[in-house]
Write a protein that binds this ligand. Structure first.
Ligand SMILES: NC(=O)C1=CN([C@@H]2O[C@H](COP(=O)(O)OP(=O)(O)OC[C@H]3O[C@@H](n4cnc5c(N)ncnc54)[C@H](OP(=O)(O)O)[C@@H]3O)[C@@H](O)[C@H]2O)[C@@H](O)CC1
Ligand SMILES: [K+]
Length: 450
């Protein structure tokens, strides 16, 4: 698998900071690396324009003072405004290093480039008007808004947006990415993410940002069945099953069958139609159940039949209504569940915490890989391994998009055999197709973009 960017919570960052720094001088070195690293990027982005740094009372503000002093050294015209006097030893030391004038936030003159160094991972409550008003005023007046570590107002661990915070053009993430860089709605305020390496020890490998997958390996001598046989259990809405089946083909599966009603031959295409009960399911790698299945008694019969087969499965759509509140029904399967928010709630009920916490809990409850779809899709396996996928576009929110995803994920699952790896690869590929599409996208277009 390709290497992925780790993502760390505020608490993990504090522990890593302590482990790396080993005392005051080490912490100061980290702050210097953060502020100076950001200054090197920002000096180029500013391209001769004046810079205003807004510094907070904590260590995010400290990074801001270090950055301002480095910018000055680089010959950039820089001014500093502060919310309050420095409240930590490191921030005090950084303010001394700057040594220049510091104005109150609301009295500083706006400049073309704004640096938000008010709050980072230590944001602990919603922003008051004393902060928000000048921040928004300076941001509106600026041509370029840069954030240190996180835009102020974005919750580091869950991407919540505490106030109506300004949108930044670029965020310098110190050390590792934080969930708030990738989870909505905060992620929409982050702009381009530039990671600044400050020499921090790596976090434990539990949470990552999704990345382009390596292509699934196919032997040159591979038979069509070696590339995976995917069956879609069809029901009330055959169009949805057809979309999933086509997506499984385009996704790379060697052989795709629609398990249809008795006698349904389907259109003359490369997709085979067979009655589900007549199929030799031992020769099937993955069954997709849910897209267009329906919610009546007949759908429930089909659902019960496919669950009995104990095959690897991709579970979507109507399956979450048929088994509402019963996630344990999927426990003993090797399965990938791909609900959207509404379906997730139907199956798992109300779970607390961030999107990451909720999906992790859900994966433990059903003993399967869970993919909670959205602009910020979160994928978790039982035991805590999780990925955030922000490689996507809002235009993917169209009818049939989920059916296509189920098909791609099933093809990946059939080819790779590992549910978590397959889910990550499938989600990335669908997001990538959405990014390459135009705004007139309909789900069928995705098939040609795979
Ligand atoms: N970890 C690392 O490896 C490294 C971390 N580094 C940097 O440190 C940053 C974290 O620093 P941090 O912990 O000092 O927190 P920070 O974000 O400055 O905020 C805390 C201050 O803000 C205040 N405050 C909070 N919310 C508020 C509100 N709504 N309205 C008003 N005030 C509010 C809060 O007040 P209190 O809650 O205590 O009353 C406290 O005074 C991190 O993001 C990165 O930039 C780098 O230097 C290098 C290595
Ligand atoms: K900030």
């Amino acid at each position: 698998m390709t290497s992925r960017d780790p993502v760390a919570t505020a608490e993990q960052m504090r522990r890593l900071e302590d482990r790396t720094a080993n005392g005051g001088e080490g912490l100061w070195r980290l702050m210097k690396a953060a502020g100076e690293g950001a200054a090197r990027h920002a000096a180029i982005r500013a391209a001769g324009r004046g810079v205003l740094v807004l510094a907070g009372p904590g260590n995010n503000g400290g990074d801001g003072y270090v950055m301002a002093s480095a910018l000055k050294r680089f010959g950039v015209n820089v001014a500093v405004a502060a919310l309050a006097s420095p409240g930590t030893d490191l921030c005090k030391r950084a303010a001394e290093l700057w040594g220049g004038p510091v104005q109150p936030l609301d009295q500083a003159k706006s400049r073309p480039v704004l640096v938000d160094a008010l709050f980072g991972t230590g944001l602990s409550r919603t922003l008051g008007a004393d902060v928000l008003k000048p921040l928004l005023t300076h941001a509106e007046a600026a041509e370029l808004v840069l954030a240190l570590d996180l835009p102020s107002g974005v919750g580091s661990d869950d991407g919540t947006l505490l106030p109506d915070a300004p949108r930044c053009d670029e965020t310098y993430a110190f050390g590792w990415l934080k969930p708030g860089h990738l989870l909505q709605p905060g992620a929409d305020h982050v702009g381009r993410i530039t990671r600044v390496d400050i020499g921090l020890a790596p976090p434990s490998p539990e949470l990552f940002r999704n990345q382009a997958p390596e292509k699934a390996a196919v032997a040159p001598t591979a038979h069509k069945y070696d590339r995976g046989h995917v069956v879609v259990a069809a029901g009330a809405m055959p169009g949805a099953a057809f979309l999933s089946a086509r997506a499984a083909q385009r996704g790379g599966a060697g052989f795709v069958t629609i398990g249809a009603e008795n006698g349904d031959q389907g259109p003359p295409t490369s997709i085979v139609y067979r009655a589900l009960h007549d199929l030799d399911l031992d020769r099937v790698d993955v069954i997709i159940a849910g897209p267009g299945l329906g919610r009546d008694d007949h759908a429930a019969e089909i659902a019960a039949f496919v669950l009995e087969q104990q095959r690897a499965m991709v579970i979507d759509g109507d399956m979450f209504s048929l088994f509402a509140g019963e996630p344990k029904r999927f426990r003993d399967l090797d399965a990938i569940l791909t609900p959207h928010e509404g379906e997730f709630g139907r199956l798992f009920g109300e779970l607390n915490g961030s999107k990451i916490d909720r999906v992790r809990r859900a994966a433990d409850l059903c003993g399967s890989v869970v993919v909670l779809k959205g602009r910020d899709t979160v994928i978790a396996a039982p035991g805590g391994r999780a990925i955030i996928n922000d490689h996507a576009h809002p235009r993917l929110a169209v009818a049939g998009s989920g059916d296509v995803l189920a098909g791609i994920v099933a093809a990946e699952f059939a080819m790779r055999g590992d549910a978590f790896v397959a889910a990550c690869a499938g989600v990335w590929r669908q997001g990538d197709a959405g990014l390459r599409a135009t705004d007139s996208l309909i789900a069928e277009d995705l098939l040609d973009l795979l």
